[in-house]
Ligand binder design. Sequence first.
Ligand SMILES: Nc1ncnc2c1ncn2[C@@H]1O[C@H](COP(=O)(O)OP(=O)(O)OP(=O)(O)O)[C@@H](O)[C@H]1O
Ligand SMILES: [Mg+2]
Length: 279
Amino acid sequence: MIEIKSWIGIPLLALLFCSTITTTKEGVKVVSQSAPDVKLVDVVKTFDGSIEVVDHLNLDIPSGGYVALLGPTGCGKTTVLRMVGGLLAPEAGEIQFSQPSSQTAFCFQEPRLLPWRNVRRNVGLPLELAGQHDFDQAVQEVLGLVGLTDAAERMPAALSGGMKMRTSLARALVSNPKLLLLDEPFGALDEVTRFRLDEDVARLVRGRDTTVLMVTHSISEAVFLADEVVVLSPRPARIVERFRIDLGERLPELRATPEFALMTSKIYEALRAAMGEPA
Ligand SMILES: Nc1ncnc2c1ncn2[C@@H]1O[C@H](COP(=O)(O)OP(=O)(O)OP(=O)(O)O)[C@@H](O)[C@H]1O
Ligand SMILES: [Mg+2]
């Protein structure tokens, strides 16, 4: 296991957008072989010396696994994600990766597209930043996967909210990340578009060699996508309960099954209890 408590040497430009980065502690570009196993061991984070945000958090995201974090607003979910991505250092405890480097992609709530670049050039940005010149084919492939082939030459201003998020997702996936960090990526979209994008994520990410940590406020999104749903307490974030999701293939009809309804209601109860609401 490699400890990366102080692993914050990520290019600033890459962080401003939903992009993929390849780095090591020394800042050297490398190609990693497989998805990392990520462990948070007794992680503590406090802001400004007094705002306790994460309280001895222990979490294991297995290689190729998909973990969703659910919790009240302001409890520390984004902070956890930022620490796993190396954007923030924990104050105590460790974040361990099963290998010394990882290709990490972030996807934020807003699409963060560059308005002066068309879809194709936005999606190709992480490869360009990584010094790759010949990336047209990789971009075309990922645009095909997210259903944006016909929009490749369009500018962001001419896209719908859903198309912008698809572009953002394509940009996160274009360099085949081994660790994907999703922070409420579809939170601003209508339910139908969100369902469709969740189905895209399930199709694109599941079965790939990618470890995923996602933050969401949607219980049904968490159940639809994740192998494990972790319910966090109000700030400072502690694990209240974890749910293993064994619901087989993530097809749209899954949402209408009694098993899906039962799991979402169990998690809803856990979340209510975590927020101190009466049963
Ligand atoms: N850089 C910072 N400096 C000081 N306080 C911070 C900083 N970042 C976050 N916080 C505080 O830490 C707490 C947790 O923030 P965080 O963004 O992790 O919550 P969250 O669970 O993602 O919330 P939401 O569901 O609303 O997105 C909040 O009280 C927030 O104000
Ligand atoms: Mg947040």
